[in-house]
Design a protein around this ligand. Structure first.
Ligand SMILES: *[C@@H]1O[C@H](CO)[C@@H](O)[C@H](O)[C@H]1NC(C)=O
Ligand SMILES: *[C@@H]1O[C@H](CO)[C@@H](O)[C@H](O)[C@H]1NC(C)=O
Ligand SMILES: *[C@@H]1O[C@H](CO)[C@@H](O)[C@H](O)[C@H]1NC(C)=O
Length: 392
């Protein structure tokens, strides 16, 4: 049953109560990622009925890739990723990863990995930086089944919520390097919904039709809420145990209000305002149980957002192998969110594959369409193990 979720925009956000001395850097980075996310939303979500993605996962995977970018490629990425007000994005991500991975009241794990084509050269400095800043593990890519190890990693780190990250055939021998980010979240509500209260209820879609959803109810909810009369919507924050992470649900009051809400979000600073000015109130809350799974190929979207050079022969990723010829081939993202009475499970992964240019003009072709002779030979000793002729 396809659940239609037209009238709700959801965001899981860590609240702004940071304890470290690097608060400003963390806030600068989360604003950069949020701005990136709102720009992305306009490109990938407005036309869809249901969609989920992880701004953190996409933004941090690209920031890790940016370690190797130079010249125009780097300048464009600085712009799109919003690093103007973040002096050290890599160190800031480092601190965030350590912070999230040490949380206990909810499960929130994130990890990074790189996979290197064994026939290609990647600078030790680049590998060291991905390890030091992003705690990335480095493995070599198995060219027989290049997707396999990545799929195993993502499935493992998401508790099998994302069992198949990449379809076979996504990567090939021209892949030089693959960068992977994984995020897994499993939180229990600070106040759970009672299963017995869940009812079948109408959900009103744009255009006036209705569908049935499993509606969860909390009849005596004491939660943070904002009655936003200016924008004609209500924002509710559902906190997870530990009160650090919350699911924010922004519900327009009118049936077709999603359109104005999405227009509001097209100015990225408005998204920040949705999370401000909420106060505790006592009210009846009903929200549907829902599960959304989204797969995105982001190459053309990211190009359109302003980092086109990274995807072309003109790309400069000389920070990765010390010379030119590398470009981003694909940026693939998958995300799942499953909102239930007890809590929420959400997982995401982003894969950035870097390829070597196939932009050189090829030499004269060799086509074995006439009888030929063959040798199976040991290249170390020169011994010919087998020799023969093929004539069709
Ligand atoms: C992930 O890998 C670890 C270590 O090999 C293993 O203990 C764990 O059970 C795996 N988890 C899943 C969901 O496969
Ligand atoms: C999420 O946490 C709940 C409660 O601890 C657990 O029962 C459930 O299996 C977890 N889900 C996943 C996908 O790990
Ligand atoms: C970097 O990769 C490109 C494309 O494979 C290749 O042409 C170049 O020789 C590599 N540089 C080094 C130093 O290996």
């Amino acid at each position: 049953m396809g659940l239609l979720l037209m009238c709700v925009v959801i965001v899981i956000a860590a609240s702004e109560r940071l304890v470290s001395a690097d608060d400003q850097q963390q806030l600068g980075l989360s604003r950069a990622s949020s701005t990136f996310s709102q720009n992305l939303y306009q490109k990938v979500a407005v036309k869809e009925t249901n969609v989920v993605y992880s701004p953190y996962s996409i933004h941090s995977a690209l920031t890790m890739t940016y370690l190797g970018a130079k010249g125009t490629t780097a300048t464009e990425m600085t712009q799109v990723l919003g690093f103007k007000s973040v002096s050290s994005p890599h160190q800031t991500y480092h601190d965030l990863i350590a912070d999230w991975n040490s949380q206990h009241s909810v499960e929130v794990h994130t990890c990074n990995a790189i996979f290197i084509n064994p026939y290609e050269m990647v600078l030790p400095t680049f590998i060291d930086q991905t390890r030091d800043y992003y705690l990335a593990t480095a493995d070599s890519l198995d060219l027989q089944e290049p997707e396999k190890a990545i799929n195993v990693l993502v499935a493992n780190k998401t508790n099998n919520v994302i069992p198949q990250m990449l379809k076979p055939g996504t990567l090939d021998a021209s892949t030089v390097l693959v960068l992977v980010n994984v995020l897994f979240f499993n939180g229990t509500w600070a106040r759970q919904f009672r299963r017995a209260s869940t009812t079948q209820a109408d959900f009103h879609q744009i255009g006036g039709t209705t569908s049935k959803v499993d509606m969860m109810h909390d009849f005596e909810s004491h939660k943070r809420v904002k009655r936003d009369n200016t924008n004609d919507l209500d924002v509710v924050a559902l906190s997870f145990l530990g009160d650090r992470f919350s699911l924010y649900v922004a519900v327009p009051r009118k049936g077709d209000g999603i359109t104005s809400l999405e227009t509001l979000l097209s100015s990225p600073q408005n998204a920040e305002q949705l999370f401000e000015g909420l106060d505790f109130d006592y009210f009846h809350l009903s929200i549907p149980k829902f599960k959304i799974e989204t797969s995105l190929e982001l190459d053309s979207v990211l190009s359109a957002m302003g980092m086109a050079t990274a995807f072309t022969a003109a790309a400069d990723f000389s920070g990765i192998n010390g010379s030119g010829g590398l470009y981003i081939d694909k940026v693939i993202h998958k995300a799942v969110i499953d909102v239930q009475e007890t809590g929420t499970v959400a997982a995401a992964a982003t894969v950035v594959s870097i390829s070597k240019g196939l932009f050189m003009s090829p030499g004269a072709p060799v086509v074995a369409d006439r009888p030929f002779v063959f040798f199976l030979r040991d290249d170390v000793t020169g011994q010919i193990l087998f020799q023969g002729k093929f004539s069709g």
